[in-house]
Design a protein around this ligand. Structure first.
Ligand SMILES: [Zn+2]
Length: 379
């Protein structure tokens, strides 16, 4: 206690106004405990409650993924909802359990967008929408804050507090915080001097974050029960099935196939071959002769994922690629429709439309503009 501190029996004053003594307090929206440290449990509780409430408010005013689509809904979540959960995370040291609670809230929001009540296929949902896990998000935010701490003006709060932290345990805690950050560690592995650290830029953080996300994705692929994740595209980025032109029904079937939600694994009579069997993915692929139908070698384990992973991100310039898509894409949409029909016959009351009715929006998108329309645009 310094000479200017008030006696324990006296209330401290600011501008001659009494300030109440309290064991816990909130400063700039961040809760602190009686030791003057951030109260992790209270911060997480406040942030996750605010996040899930905001998601419920959006649903209550009619903003639903069914109307907006999965991609736009996920972007709205990332842009407007998740920041509520991120407040204060950059300056807080979290345990594995803390990150699990944050992740559970993110899963709850994604469940609402993708229309499920379980955490089934969450890894695939994150991968399709290119959404970071909360543990990766915390690491990224903290790496950005560490960089900012080196570039703050001298009168900012953090540089003012740092000399005081040097006199207490605070400095050791801050150094551990910096040392344990995987992204920051990967940049500073070769740069140790203060001068070389000062040359680190936001671009370095961006590149190191990309590398970190690739590494954690590879680790997730190597886990048990990552079969569906391994069948998706290997590159990080939004999966084109979320944005390529398709009818809503075609898109939902592509997404359901990725998530493993078309097959239902129940022991039941297959409406296609009339055998009583488990309607697993393997049974559906062989029962509907999907390899032959799509003209794909039987050495490819999953012919549907094979085609989905090769969908273009821009209209192909090559005539042969366009021709291939014109043949394979309507067939693929048709076969997804057949697989869903086999597993959920109760949802269909009319016969299947002909193959030519499927996949038309994508086929129109890949068509090069005709000379007359190109000249009318130029004129
Ligand atoms: Zn069958």
């Amino acid at each position: 206690m310094s000479a200017t501190d008030p006696l324990p029996t006296q209330l401290p004053q600011l501008y001659q106004i009494n300030i109440q003594r309290a064991t816990t307090f909130t400063y700039l929206g961040v809760p602190f405990n009686q030791h003057g440290c951030i109260n992790n449990a209270a911060l997480i509780d406040h942030n996750t409650t605010a996040t899930v409430s905001a998601m419920n408010i959006l649903a209550s005013i009619g903003v639903r993924a069914r109307c907006l689509g999965k991609l736009l809904s996920t972007r709205l979540y990332r842009q407007f909802i998740r920041p509520k959960m991120e407040y204060g995370l950059a300056i807080t040291k979290f345990t594995h359990e803390d990150c699990k609670i944050l992740q559970e809230s993110q899963n709850t929001c994604l469940q609402k967008i993708y229309g499920t009540k379980t955490n089934q296929s969450m890894a695939v949902i994150h991968h399709l929408a290119n959404l970071e896990y909360m543990t990766d998000r915390v690491t990224t935010l903290q790496a950005k804050f560490i960089l900012r701490s080196y570039n703050m003006s001298d009168d900012a709060l953090f540089p003012i507090l740092l000399p005081r932290a040097r006199q207490t345990k605070g400095l050791r805690a801050w150094n551990t915080f910096v040392r344990n950050n995987t992204i920051w560690k990967s940049i500073t592995a070769t740069t140790t001097t203060e001068d070389s650290i000062a040359t680190i830029t936001t671009k370095d953080i961006k590149n190191a974050t990309k590398q970190h996300l690739k590494t954690t994705y590879t680790q997730r692929c190597q886990r048990k029960n990552s079969k569906l994740l391994n069948q998706c595209r290997k590159q990080l980025g939004i999966d084109p099935i979320l944005w390529l032109p398709m009818t809503p029904q075609e898109r939902i079937l592509c997404i359901f196939y990725r998530l493993g939600w078309i097959n239902n694994h129940h022991q039941q009579s297959c409406p296609n071959c009339h055998q009583t069997t488990r309607l697993s993915k393997q049974h559906l692929l062989s029962c509907h002769h999907v390899h032959t139908f799509l003209s794909i070698s039987t050495t490819i384990n999953d012919p549907i994922s094979y085609v989905l992973n090769r969908l273009p991100k821009s209209p192909p310039a090559s005539f042969n690629k366009r021709l291939y898509l014109k043949i394979v894409w309507p067939k693929l949409c048709f076969i997804l429709h057949q697989l869903h029909r086999t597993c959920r016959p109760e949802q269909y009351t009319t016969p299947s439309p002909p193959i030519n009715n499927f996949g038309q929006p994508l086929l129109q998108w890949i068509e090069p503009p005709t000379t007359s329309s190109a000249s009318s645009i130029n004129s």
